[in-house]
Ligand binder design. Structure first.
Ligand code: DHB
Length: 311
């Protein structure tokens, strides 16, 4: 019997596939749909302290090889997602869900995390260090000094299971420097990768999204090699207690298989879920199971991280 169940941060999940933050997760109704699908769990839209309308539309476009977005962190505000998760954990106490969050400033991040710490929330928190789309705000995770400072402050008071969402890095020295920072902290996971920030897509003579004169985060088929490289680079460098979530360019079971081969313990669908809808979970799960069966693998641990090199 082939199984795609997994363990992350000490919690068990029936399937290793879930949504990526930003897709199918803005409202309770969308989150319930992911919950009731074959996905192993869900993550909420990244919450800020207060409701945000986000950037002007059009702010997301599907394109042939992926997507481009500059949403600008539209979300219902922390209380909406936290209250829903508190109610859900009463209703489904045997399952575990992810709350994504980040403040509009370091202070706001601390305010949010202290509120989560003080609550009864017993799931996993994903701190998003990689939002590329708020005009005037650089991505936290590209500033290593800031990243180290925020994590040092957070772990002075935060005791619940916490991981971080990362942007792609493109230099071996940056993998080394980032991993050296993350290894200092009791992180449960890193999620590689968020969109490749600030690409530009042109149709005829025009950009296709309105914010930032068309610049936006790139997802989908374009980004799989970068995503796999980041998953594997951190799998090689992080202490084993910090697990990896693989996100980026998962269109097929083969893509999910490759993320797991690179070291991922959980795999997220972003652009593919946006383009194909909830059926993607079933299709990709079946495709992944077929590959495992053909290769004689019964569980993810049989091939996780076992990427082969050429001598
Ligand atoms: C948004 C985009 C991201 O890639 C992210 O990590 C958080 C927010 C956005 O534009 O809403």
């Amino acid at each position: 019997m082939v199984s795609t169940k997994t363990v992350l941060g000490g919690f068990e999940f029936d399937n290793c596939l879930m949504n990526a933050a930003g897709v199918w997760c803005m409202t309770k109704e969308e989150l319930e749909e992911v919950k009731d699908s074959v996905a192993g769990t869900f993550v909420t839209k990244t919450a800020t302290l207060d409701y945000r309308a986000g950037n002007p539309e059009p702010r997301y476009q599907n394109v042939p090889l992926g997507s481009i977005n500059s949403m600008g962190l539209p979300n219902q505000g922390l209380t909406y997602y936290l209250d829903y998760l508190l109610e859900l954990q009463e209703r489904e106490p045997e399952r575990t869900f992810f709350l994504s969050l980040v403040g509009m400033s370091p202070n706001e991040t601390h305010t949010i995390l202290k509120q989560v710490e003080a609550s009864n929330f017993n799931g996993l928190v994903e701190l998003n260090l990689s939002c590329p789309n708020v005009p005037g705000k650089p991505q936290i995770a590209y500033d290593f000094e800031m990243t180290e400072q925020i994590l040092s402050e957070v772990f002075q008071y935060f005791t619940k299971p916490l991981g971080i969402k990362l942007p792609p890095y493109f230099d071996i020295v940056h993998f080394d420097q980032a991993a050296a920072i993350f290894n200092q902290f009791p992180l449960r996971f890193v999620n590689c990768v968020n969109s490749i920030g600030n690409g530009l897509y042109i149709e005829d003579e025009s950009v296709v999204i309105k914010p930032k004169n068309g610049f936006g985060g790139i997802g989908g088929e374009y980004i799989k090699p970068t995503a796999l490289a980041n998953v594997h680079a951190f799998y090689q460098r992080l202490k084993p207690e910090i697990q990896i979530i693989g996100t980026g360019g998962v269109l097929t079971g083969r893509d999910a298989f490759e993320h797991i081969l690179c070291g991922a313990s959980m795999v997220q669908l972003g652009t593919t879920l946006q383009k194909e809808g909830m059926e993607a979970f079933q299709r990709i799960t079946e495709e992944l199971k077929a590959i495992m069966a053909e290769k004689g693998y019964e569980k993810l641990a049989d091939f996780r991280g076992k990427l082969q090199y050429i001598d």
